[in-house]
Write a protein that binds this ligand. Structure first.
Ligand code: AMP
Ligand code: GLY
Length: 435
């Protein structure tokens, strides 16, 4: 069958790379893709936001399955549009994607279904008095979040109630987030380590994948600005088998059951962002898609035919609840443009890619890259995701393998974190100390 993958980042490269391994797959098209994806898939010059053009392309090119990488088209209803035209597509409907598209919806949903999350309130500009009272009553420092999608910029962790009120005033007054900022969620700050938990579901059956950990801050030691994610590793040892069962029972099952009971079944990949607090796992956010860079470590660990799994989900019946996974681990180091996540220059030639022939142990996923004649140049903030895949469960060795590969690649201004995966090592050291 022919497939269409929508998106252009490292996540979409990982999807294309994994889907291509399926014997069911003939041609993969990717809209709009990037230089690395272009090595495996045929690039189509359509933006991921142009659902009607994507639909027309799918109709004309005998596309049997469309896989959507980013959240915006899902939240905008691309799945509903394709289904109206009887085309198979992997991802949640617009109503189900509200779990990510509206934080106010997600919070009230969790409240309705008793799903553990931070205490919160939702307010509009007309409710400033209630907002102020609420912030003063919060037991921890306030976190302010705009309701809608904000490309990772809609969350502010505040030091005091006054700070939070000022931030809310500014959002309401300047309208800098547009409709996304018409409602604000304020919640208590949660202490702990974060983890990303992923499942595949057809709305009824749940097939968990590995848990991963992202590294959101720009600099080592979780310092610096927030980014889209500077690296990831999986499986995350903070999620023990017992914890995994607890997360499924307390969070994942009530979410999938709740969505089904509310008449908006959730189908696709659900990514639950968790804070592992002293009082147990709590939901920080839902995402209606794979994470990026998490997909770059999760997908190489899946030991199944991904195209078949996605096609089953798109047809509404997933045949398994256990997805075979390799031991791994997998570690992905993101190589970013100088200045990212702030301003950065593009068009820098990337050197050294030819030194890394693809192997089962090291894969270079492209994110912001573009082909210019015989050169590959940078075209975005996150440029490459260099992923090493181990087979013996040894995280330390896999981290070294990833960095050995990273050191072969260069471009002007490149920056990357040097401590990806380090937070996972302490669990291995603890285990060794006990045994
Ligand atoms: P979100 O988009 O809701 O996941 O927020 C982005 C990031 O902000 C998260 O990955 C956390 O690092 C941080 N964050 C969000 N909510 C909270 C919270 N209640 N407590 C502590 N950190 C938070
Ligand atoms: N890595 C976080 C995200 O994809 O939202």
């Amino acid at each position: 069958m022919n497939l269409l993958v929508v998106g252009s980042g490292g996540r979409e490269h990982a999807l294309v790379w994994k889907l291509k391994q399926s014997p069911l797959v003939e041609t993969i098209y990717c809209a709009p893709g990037n230089a690395g994806i272009g090595e495996t898939a045929e690039l189509v010059d359509i933006k991921s936001s142009d659902a009607h053009a994507l639909l027309e392309f799918a109709q004309k090119n005998d596309i049997r399955l469309t896989v959507v990488g980013p959240e915006q088209p899902l939240v905008d209803g691309i799945v509903d549009l394709f289904r109206e035209h009887r085309l198979r597509i992997f991802g949640p409907t617009r109503a189900a994607a509200r779990l990510e598209g509206s934080k106010a919806f997600a919070k009230s949903f969790m409240h309705r279904h008793g799903i553990p999350t931070a205490q919160s309130g939702t307010f509009t500009q007309g409710q400033l008095k209630e907002l102020q009272e609420f912030v003063h009553r919060l037991p921890a420092k306030p976190v302010v979040k705009v309701d809608g999608l904000a490309a990772g910029k809609g969350v502010v962790i505040c030091d005091s109630a006054k700070d939070a009120i000022d931030v809310c005033h500014e959002i309401f007054e300047t309208k800098s987030f547009g409709v996304a900022g018409e409602r604000i969620v304020i919640e208590e700050y949660l202490e702990g380590e974060e983890a990303s938990f992923f499942i595949l579901t057809d709305g009824k059956s749940i097939a968990p994948l590995s848990a991963a950990q992202d590294h959101k801050r720009a600099s080592d030691g979780d310092r610096g600005k927030n980014t889209g994610g500077m690296g990831a590793y999986a499986p995350a040892p903070i999620i023990t088998e017992r914890m995994r069962e607890r997360i499924i029972a307390e969070i994942v099952e009530p979410t999938i059951e709740g969505m089904r009971n509310e008449g908006t079944p959730y189908e696709g990949c659900l990514f639950v962002g968790l804070m592992m607090t002293q009082r147990g796992p709590k939901v920080l956010e839902y995402n209606c898609r794979f994470g990026d860079p998490e997909a770059q470590v999760l997908l190489p660990l899946i030991d199944e035919d991904l195209a078949m799994l996605f096609a089953e989900i798109a047809a509404g019946s997933l045949s398994t609840t256990t997805i075979k996974q390799r031991l791994g681990p997998a570690v992905c180091v993101v190589m970013a443009s100088g200045g990212y996540p702030g301003d950065y220059e593009i068009g820098k030639e990337i050197h050294g890619l030819e030194l890394l022939q693809e192997s089962s142990e090291v894969i270079v996923f492209h994110a912001g890259t573009k082909r210019e004649g015989s050169k590959v140049v940078t075209s975005g903030g996150r440029v490459l995701g260099v992923t090493a895949v181990g087979s013996d469960g040894n995280l330390k060795r896999t981290i070294s393998k990833a960095y050995e590969a990273v050191e072969k690649i260069s471009f002007e201004g490149v920056h990357y974190r040097r401590d990806i995966g380090k937070k996972g090592l302490k669990y291995f050291q603890a285990k060794q100390a006990v045994s």
